[in-house]
Design a protein around this ligand. Structure first.
Ligand SMILES: *Cc1c(COP(=O)(O)O)cnc(C)c1O
Length: 421
């Protein structure tokens, strides 16, 4: 089925009431039929609802629908994108291990990997997303994950997905990709060999800046990579915390199953059923919205590229952009999403322009239907030192725009008055 159809129907069977809208199952727990039924559910002999920290029927629809749109096999929704990313790492890596990440990352992911994972004894090693060959010298027997973003935020680079997954596959290492900015409408990483896709659902999924959430999606057949792979003992040996369950021997997708049973159970960053419901509403229009975000961003990038006060524009849709060829290879119908950035001379000039725009809101978010402007050096990337900032492509005069669904003409007029005023 086509993605637009899946966006409206996948994962939902109408109940006896014939409810058109997926109901919000706002409940903490579920009644068992008897003690035998309860025991079977806990032993995974039967699938069913136990407690909303582990599963919820509304969240289940969100997970199934997102899985269908990514072309994966199973998914785990979480309370935020950061939680989905942490679970994707923590599922494979533990103290003494390392993860190899592209340096061009979302600010929160950079602090999580460089600082927080380090405190858990997991070392993060960084490669330049434009030089996948650097991965070879960084991986060793303790490397558990190779992580990168398909379309990077905020540096707007496009990863050579197949070059990275080829190296990962040679070493039998799990690849995790953050597909938040591209969305499954523009890019489907599983088609290019990626094992696990993570998203912040807070962005284009809700589409209207309505709620925080995240999701981790697993590809079909990942079990083959994990089975008998010495890197992934925890999937091959009995889990003592779950009465000796061996994940690769279960019929369910193992990466998602372990993240649910071991991580969500014990760490608890569960999404609320109401937020899952909001994400379901968002997904219904995602395939309609992404082309408009992309067309608007293209027009604005072209305007900025021709403006004398702008030093540089980063948008893969521009033919002279160094990421253009990768975008044309991996992105559907030339769509490049709504995120773009441009550089003004310095920190102060950038601040002045940000303070002068009227239609754009100064907000640290992306993927809203309303256009957003941010100055990473004074906000999202403020906590990073200068070397870290440079490593993720943040110049002091860099302004990031998340182009919404307004008329491109009005957005251009606003930018023009801010640049020239
Ligand atoms: C926002 C974002 C995240 C973090 O997601 P939250 O839902 O805010 O926790 C991760 N990756 C990317 C690319 C993002 O834009």
């Amino acid at each position: 089925m086509n993605q637009q159809t899946l966006a409206l129907h996948a994962g939902y069977e109408k109940d006896s009431q014939g409810t058109m809208v997926v109901p919000i199952y706002q409940t903490t727990a579920y009644e068992f039929e008897n003690t035998g039924h309860a025991a079977d559910l806990f032993a995974l002999k039967e699938t069913g609802n136990i407690y909303t920290r582990l599963n919820n029927p509304t969240t289940d629809v969100f997970e199934k629908r997102f899985t269908a749109m990514e072309g994966g096999t199973a998914a785990l929704a979480t309370a935020s994108g950061m939680a989905a990313i942490f679970y994707a790492f923590a599922n494979a890596a533990e103290a003494g291990d390392n993860v190899v990440c592209a340096g061009q990352l979302y600010g929160g992911t950079l602090t999580q990997t460089a600082h927080t994972l380090k405190r858990f004894g997991i070392e993060a090693r960084f490669f330049d997303v434009h030089k996948p060959e650097e991965i070879e010298s960084l991986v060793d027997d303790n490397t558990k994950v190779i992580f990168f973003e398909t379309l990077t935020n905020p540096s707007i680079d496009v990863a050579d997905i197949e070059a990275i997954t080829a190296i990962a596959n040679r070493h039998g290492i799990v690849t995790v990709v953050d597909n938040t900015v591209a969305t499954p409408v523009i890019c489907q990483p599983f088609r290019h060999g990626v094992d696990v896709v993570v998203h912040s659902a807070s962005k284009y999924t809700t589409g209207q800046g309505l709620a925080i959430g995240g999701i981790m999606v697993e590809r079909e057949g990942l079990v083959e990579k994990l089975k008998d792979n010495p890197r992934y003992r925890q999937f091959n040996e009995p889990d003592e915390s779950y009465h000796g369950l061996v994940y690769v021997q279960m019929p369910q997708a193992p990466y998602t199953l372990r993240a649910r049973l071991a991580l969500l159970r014990d760490l608890g960053a569960v999404v609320s059923p109401f937020n899952s419901w909001l994400f379901i509403q968002g997904l219904e229009t995602l395939p309609i919205r992404m082309p408009v975000h992309s067309q608007n961003a293209q027009k604005i990038a072209e305007f900025l590229a021709g403006h004398p006060r702008v030093c540089k524009v980063n948008y893969p849709g521009l033919p002279d952009n160094p990421n253009h060829a990768m975008a044309m290879k991996y992105f559907k119908e030339g769509m490049c999403s709504g995120l773009l950035s441009f550089e003004l001379e310095d920190f102060e000039t950038a601040k002045r322009v940000v303070d002068r725009v009227k239609l754009f809101s100064l907000v640290v978010n992306i993927g809203d239907s309303k256009s957003i402007i941010t100055h990473p050096a004074s906000t999202t990337h403020q906590q990073l030192n200068e070397a870290e900032m440079r490593a993720c492509g943040v110049h002091p005069g860099l302004i990031r725009l998340s182009i919404g669904l307004e008329s491109a003409e009005d957005l251009i007029a606003d930018l023009q008055q801010a640049l020239e005023g």
